[in-house]
Ligand binder design. Structure first.
Ligand code: URA
Length: 243
C-alpha cells in the first residue's frame, strides 16, 4: 500500500517505526512524558502527526524523522563490517541503537584493517544501486605500500593484473602516485580483498588502506575516525555523479 503524502500517523507508531522500540515500549515512553514533538511535550500515544519534517526528542535526545536512513561513517581499523563479528567489534556498535533496530546495512564491506568512507542505509533499492556491479560506482583508495611504487608497477595496475580465480586481468580506473610509497587507486568493482590482491600481484604489499571517495563523494576532513553522519542532499548528488 502506498502511503498518502501528508497522511498522519500516531506518535506511538512513528517512534516504533523509527527504531525506538515496540509499539508498547513507545507507548510507555510517551505516557511517561519522555517525548517532545516539535518542541512541545506530547503525553498521548494516539496523537497523530504528519511525519515529514517532524522533529522530536526521546529522553532529551533530539531526532528528525527519516523515512529511510542514509549515512556515512569514517570506519576505524579493528572493526568488522558485519552484524555478527568474529574477532573485533562491529561498526554498527558505533551507531545509535534505533538505527541498528531499523536494520541498517553497510554498502560493500571494508576489511577489518581498512579505514575510511563507508555508506550505511536501510533502503534496499539504494543499497542495491550503490553496490551493483552494473552501476560501476568508482571508489578511490589511499594505499600505503611496503615498497616504493615504481612507474612500471603503476603502469601494470593501469593495464590490468591477473588475479587468482579471475578469468580476465583487472585494471584500476586510475592510479596516481602521492609519494614514494603512497598511491590513490580508483576501482569500479569491489572484489574480495581487491586492492590488496592487485598490489600483491605486482610484487608489492599493502601496509595501510583507506577508502577516501565513493562516486564524487569524498570522505569529509571533519568526519573523525569512528564518527558517522546523515548524508545531505549534496552528498546524495555526489554519489550519483561518477565525476
Ligand atoms: N580492497 C581490499 O583489499 N580491502 C578493502 O577493505 C577494500 C578494498
Amino acid at each position: 500500500m502506498t502511503k498518502k503524502l501528508g497522511a498522519t500517523i500516531s506518535l506511538e507508531r512513528i517512534l516504533s517505526k523509527q527504531g525506538f522500540g515496540t509499539r508498547k515500549q513507545c507507548r510507555i515512553m510517551i505516557i511517561n512524558e519522555e517525548i517532545t514533538v516539535n518542541g512541545a511535550l506530547c503525553g498521548d500515544p494516539d496523537t497523530t502527526f504528519s511525519p515529514e519534517n517532524l522533529s522530536f526528542t526521546v529522553k532529551g535526545e533530539a531526532w528528525d524523522y527519516k523515512e529511510k536512513s542514509y549515512l556515512m561513517m569514517h570506519k576505524p581499523s579493528n572493526y568488522e563490517c558485519s552484524h555478527k563479528t568474529q574477532h573485533h567489534p562491529t561498526i554498527y556498535s558505533l551507531l545509535p541503537h534505533p538505527l541498528v533496530v531499523r536494520d541498517v546495512q553497510c554498502i560493500g564491506r571494508l576489511d577489518e584493517d581498512t579505514t575510511g568512507l563507508i555508506l550505511i542505509s536501510d533502503d534496499g533499492q539504494f543499497i542495491h544501486r550503490m553496490s551493483s556491479p552494473k552501476h560501476k560506482v568508482p571508489k578511490v583508495y589511499e594505499v600505503t605500500c611496503k615498497h616504493v611504487m615504481s612507474d612500471e608497477q603503476i603502469a601494470h595496475i593501469l593495464k590490468g593484473v591477473k588475479l587468482i580465480d579471475e578469468p580476465a586481468p583487472i585494471a584500476a580506473l586510475a592510479c596516481e602516485r602521492i609519494s614514494d610509497n603512497v598511491i590513490h587507486m580508483t576501482l569500479s568493482e569491489g572484489k574480495y580483498h581487491q586492492v590488496k590482491r592487485m598490489v600483491a600481484a605486482i610484487s608489492n604489499r599493502v601496509e595501510g588502506l583507506k577508502r577516501i571517495q565513493i562516486g564524487a563523494l569524498k570522505l569529509p576532513d571533519d568526519l573523525k575516525v569512528g564518527e558517522w553522519r546523515w548524508l545531505s542532499d549534496n552528498d546524495m548528488n555526489n554519489l550519483r555523479s561518477k565525476e
